[in-house]
Design a protein around this ligand. Structure first.
Ligand SMILES: Cc1cc2nc3c(=O)[nH]c(=O)nc-3n(C[C@H](O)[C@H](O)[C@H](O)COP(=O)(O)OP(=O)(O)OC[C@H]3O[C@@H](n4cnc5c(N)ncnc54)[C@H](O)[C@@H]3O)c2cc1C
Length: 318
């Protein structure tokens, strides 16, 4: 067996998986291996951040999709027999993970949000079900034990002192059956709400579209971005759909989330529950959002928000 392997689509995701992998490897008394896609510099970074070995995947031709790496990765996995293989749950990552697991004939826990080892040193994967209302615990009996992990589930690994490791170059994969005919940048807002450190979300408690200005001011003062509940984006079309948060919308992990006039139904909460601090402003003291909130203000948002904005301005000026 050759330890814990991690494969992220991008640098940040690989570092997050490395962090998770390092914890597991420490408990198992084994090594960590990462994959770097076409970039020697990245391979060095992963070693600095804890990887013992990095497989450097050879360059793809422009018409080759990332999935063409699957046979190369499967070949090396068959030779080395990793104990655990973690892959980022990005659309491409999930596609690759499923193909790798199928070729290796092993199970795969998808979108796992917690990982631990049981008394037999088997990987116990936890994943949310029913919009976050339940947690499913999965143990795969096959090896490697494979899991996909949503981005930002773990903090990224940081550089460690005096790190040394091995970089092993893997051949560029031959072209598979799928060819990329054209690549077009997705037309989207410049703001990526999943990257914001502060998110102020509006719900149906906001009466009119013009009133969003009030909440925008609070977001500006707090250095944050506006998010919303699904009805605000899908039914009222007051904000773009990539701003709504929840099980069918964006999943965020900011330092601070403030829900304004948001009831806090489970479908919304499952997208924001990983915020470090959750605040809620709602005039109904029994609103479910208060159960998820670290801080709650029971009151009319039209009175509370301007007051909070002023107070924040005053405090931040100091
Ligand atoms: C399959 C499915 C998937 C879904 N996915 C999502 C999802 O991903 N994201 C999502 O957000 N929703 C999702 N929903 C919808 C979800 O169930 C809720 O209906 C929605 O989140 C409620 O939005 P809201 O909180 O804005 O509105 P409401 O539930 O109507 O809540 C409005 C709140 O505002 C408060 N309020 C009213 N006036 C004021 C005031 N003046 N001051 C302060 N508070 C006030 C009220 O007390 C109330 O709590 C989904 C639903 C289904 C069925």
């Amino acid at each position: 067996m050759s330890g814990v392997w991690v494969l992220g689509e991008r640098r940040e995701q690989t570092l997050e998986l490395l962090n998770a992998g390092l914890g597991l490897a420490r408990e198992l008394g084994t090594t960590v291996t990462a994959f770097a896609i076409q970039d020697q510099g990245l391979a060095k970074t992963y070693i600095e951040c804890g990887a013992d070995t990095v497989y450097l995947l050879g360059s793809l031709a422009p018409e080759q999709p990332l999935e063409d790496y699957v046979p190369v990765i499967v070949d090396v996995a068959r030779q080395k027999n990793p104990d655990i293989f973690l892959i980022s749950a990005t659309p491409r990552g999930k596609e690759m993970a499923a193909r790798i697991a199928a070729r290796l004939g092993v199970g795969l826990g998808s979108e796992c949000t917690r990982l631990r080892l049981d008394e037999n040193k088997s990987l116990v994967m936890e994943r949310l079900m029913f919009g976050g209302a339940a947690v499913q615990t999965v143990v795969c009996l096959t090896r490697p034990q494979m899991a996909t992990i949503p981005p930002r589930t773990f903090e990224p690994a940081v550089p460690l002192a005096n790190r040394e490791g091995e970089i092993i170059e893997l051949p560029a994969p031959p072209a598979g059956k799928v060819r990329v005919l054209e690549r077009k940048p997705r037309v989207q807002e410049s703001v990526d709400i999943t990257e914001a450190r502060v998110v102020v979300a509006i719900g149906r408690g906001v009466e009119k579209q013009e009133d969003i200005e009030l909440i925008q001011e609070l977001a500006n003062v707090a250095g944050g971005e506006l998010g919303c509940t699904r009805p605000i984006a899908e039914e009222l079309h007051w904000l773009p759909e990539n701003r709504y948060l929840g099980i069918s919308g964006q999943k965020i992990k900011p330092d601070l989330y403030i829900g304004v006039g948001v009831s806090g139904q489970i479908q919304h909460i499952s997208g924001i529950r990983d915020a470090k601090v959750i605040c809620a402003i709602n005039k109904d003291e029994n609103a479910p959002i208060f159960e998820a909130a670290d801080y709650g203000i029971v009151g009319d948002l039209y009175a509370v928000v301007p007051q909070l904005t002023r107070e924040l301005q005053r405090v931040l000026k100091k």
